[in-house]
Design a protein around this ligand. Sequence first.
Ligand SMILES: Nc1ncnc2c1ncn2[C@@H]1O[C@H](COP(=O)(O)OP(=O)(O)OP(=O)(O)O)[C@@H](O)[C@H]1O
Length: 282
Amino acid sequence: MSRRVPSTPRPAPAPRLRTAAEDLGVAPAVLVAKNVSVTYEDGHTALKDLTLDVRPGEVVALLGHSGSGKSTFMKAATGLAPVSATQLTVGGIDLTTASGRTLRTVRSRVGYVFQHFNLVPQLSALTNVLTGGLHDAGALGTAGLFPRAQRERALALLERVGLADKAKQRADSLSGGQQQRVAIARALMQRPQLILADEPVASLDPRLAGSVLSLLRQIAHEDGIPVVVSLHVVELARRYADRFVALDAGRATVRGGADDLTDDAVSSIYGPDMYSEAHHGN
Ligand SMILES: Nc1ncnc2c1ncn2[C@@H]1O[C@H](COP(=O)(O)OP(=O)(O)OP(=O)(O)O)[C@@H](O)[C@H]1O
């Protein structure tokens, strides 16, 4: 059973812009997970009864020790893990029964951002972004001949992430932070309903980590595309997420708003010994 962290008195937060979710009122959840469990083929249960709704415009951080089930949840949300659930839907499509074309459609509408970027190293930044639109580009795209409208859109997305001048550069000649921005542009090329970012800043230094998370938050708040992001550094969750869910051995243990990530909450998520590392990163 999840428990909420009791609020402690804190200084009043600085005023902020309304999020897209707030503007939309009570927008329907894009991702609905009710009692989701995942047991892998070897019998290991990596997720147990996780319930989580993700609404337009919000950034939800997944916290917890290594091996607590964060990636497994993301795999479950794209039909890549063996799931049992009362409900698991993305954009209204039931992932517990989807297969074949339906599953491919769901995956094409979920942007995935990985720790190691997963770009094709020898291709240009622009071509990497274009691959995000393959689902819509048809046979021409598969042959590497992307329609002009797609190329223009990919360029506009590179501009959005601040890399228009790097469009023709090989992916492997870009810095880590730049590669992650290309990966985010590639995810946006999918016109995603949802972005899943699995430790997107674990390979980046703190300054670049902040800029990548700030970009993801901007996408959630301005475009309304919700972002689920797994993080190992609590301070980043406090700063860039709207709320968090902490997992422990596959179960949600603590959840709340970013302001609820008090020192007590951090200790109860990671234990007193891990407190310092999770607090500040390496
Ligand atoms: N395909 C698999 N088969 C069996 N067990 C798996 C499989 N994938 C993951 N696991 C196990 O499930 C548990 C949860 O793994 P998961 O990768 O979801 O954790 P995580 O919280 O994302 O960890 P990290 O922070 O290190 O990425 C771990 O014990 C892991 O070893």
